[in-house]
Design a protein around this ligand. Structure first.
Ligand code: ZN
Length: 427
């Protein structure tokens, strides 16, 4: 396949400026970047006026529900949802049914990925057997099957001694830990943040300290064992400050992620018990939104990750406390980050590319794609002039539990290319 992208504005993680040029792709490789390239016979030519060409995105925190809850999502639908959102790689969480805690379970799901997904998908594995927090999982077998990230996501690994020993053991093999941070007895029913909205709605709230205590504990355990700890979906300003303080010491390997929804929404958005704003950790206040953005810009947060968590309409339509936590994110992440942050001048394309394409791949020790001569094509074309309306038909996830359902935002993913394949083309 010969593909000529004419008049593209090229984004990279190293500069906020966009470079204007034509980009020629031959047999899946970027052959030439220059002005005024003439198309060879038979080349497909796309005029990229109003388009920004980015290295394709990558999400390090995704729930695809396979095996066990395929009525919500599976690898086929989840990976198409990713492509629809300009994403060409992702890491699945292991809180499936049964939990992914052995080499055999990892191999089975990666096999399914090869058969059912058009993009590479990776998986994390459980820290503890059955994710019950008591006994170390089959770490050796999972490592042999290709796992790098260990996590009991959905819950904290509560037994500090088990986590401490797992850290000592797995770090020897270059594996790292990802932590969902929560003291369960403090978090309570985990429905929403402890604050004025919770009082108004008459629900026992989950205070931010339930999360912040474990952020600190898990980094301390990593500090003591020499393990690399990655803190997942941080929701509060003080959680961010805890990570910033540990990073400033320079003697522990800690990385962290923040989700689009924690940057964008507050507990007040729950309004009249709207379960599309119910997730764990919960949405907090305006000062937390601002603190999280500050942490993203100063490097406290290495990356953005969606925590894509599909649930069926039936489950999400239960009353607020009983409805499951989580919202989808793959279809909407890049457009929403453009709409609320890049377009508004809160951060540039370089930040978007760094935090949602380059850094999550570095976390997973994967090659980082760039738009440069000699590189394999792994790219997304973003139309800044068009809009996206997130209807049920537009989104490819099996579930539509997102606050963006039926909303229109500025920006649209128009093209996704991986190697010599066009995975998505939209006009
Ligand atoms: Zn989680």
């Amino acid at each position: 396949m010969n593909l000529l992208l004419r008049n593209a504005r090229i984004a990279s993680e190293s500069s906020p400026d966009l470079l204007s040029a034509d980009v020629l792709i031959v047999d899946g490789v970027i052959q030439k970047i220059a002005k005024g390239i003439t198309a060879a016979d038979g080349a497909k030519v796309i005029d990229c006026k109003n388009q920004v060409l980015c290295p394709a995105f990558f999400d390090a925190h995704v729930h695809l529900r396979e095996p066990g809850q395929e009525h919500k999502e599976n690898i086929a639908t989840g990976s198409e949802s990713a492509i629809n959102g300009g994403i060409t790689g992702l890491v699945m969480m292991p809180n499936t049914s049964p939990a992914r805690d052995s080499g055999a379970a990892v191999s089975a799901v990666l096999e399914s990925g090869k058969r059912n997904s058009r993009i590479p998908i990776y998986t994390s594995g459980c820290v503890t057997k059955g994710r019950d927090g008591k006994e170390m999982a089959g770490i050796d077998g999972m490592r042999a099957a290709g796992v790098k990230m260990l996590t009991d996501d959905g819950d904290t690994t509560l037994n500090s001694s088990v986590l401490y020993r797992a850290m000592q053991y797995a770090s020897e093999f270059g594996m790292f830990f990802a932590s969902h941070c929560e003291v369960p007895e403090l978090a309570g029913p985990r429905a929403l943040n402890d604050g004025p909205t919770a009082y108004k709605l008459g629900i026992a709230g989950s205070p931010a300290c339930a999360e912040e205590i474990i952020i600190d504990r898990d980094i301390r355990l990593a500090h003591a064992t020499g393990a690399h700890i990655h803190i997942q979906h941080v929701s509060s300003k003080m959680g961010m400050e805890t990570i910033r303080w540990w990073k400033s010491r320079g003697d522990v390997k800690v990385t962290a992620e923040v989700s689009p929804h924690h940057l964008l929404f507050t507990d007040e958005d729950i309004g009249d018990f709207d379960t599309h704003y119910k997730m764990n950790p919960p949405l907090r206040g305006k000062a937390d939104n601002e603190g999280l953005l500050e942490g993203l810009l100063d490097g406290t947060f290495d990356m953005i990750a969606t925590d894509h968590a599909p649930h069926s309409p039936f489950e999400k339509s239960q009353e607020f406390v009983s409805a499951p936590n989580g919202i989808t994110g793959l279809d909407t992440a890049v457009v929403s980050l453009y709409h609320y942050f890049v377009k508004e001048g809160k951060f540039g394309w370089d930040t978007l590319v760094k935090k949602y394409s380059a850094e999550p791949r570095r976390l997973m020790s994967l090659e980082v794609p760039t738009i440069a001569e000699g590189q394999t094509a792994n790219l997304t074309l973003f139309n800044t002039e068009a809009t996206s309306t997130f209807t049920k038909d537009f989104m490819k996830s099996k579930s539509q539990n997102t606050p963006f359902l039926n909303k229109t935002l500025q920006g649209r993913i128009d093209l996704v290319v991986l190697g010599d394949k066009i995975l998505l083309e939209r006009q």
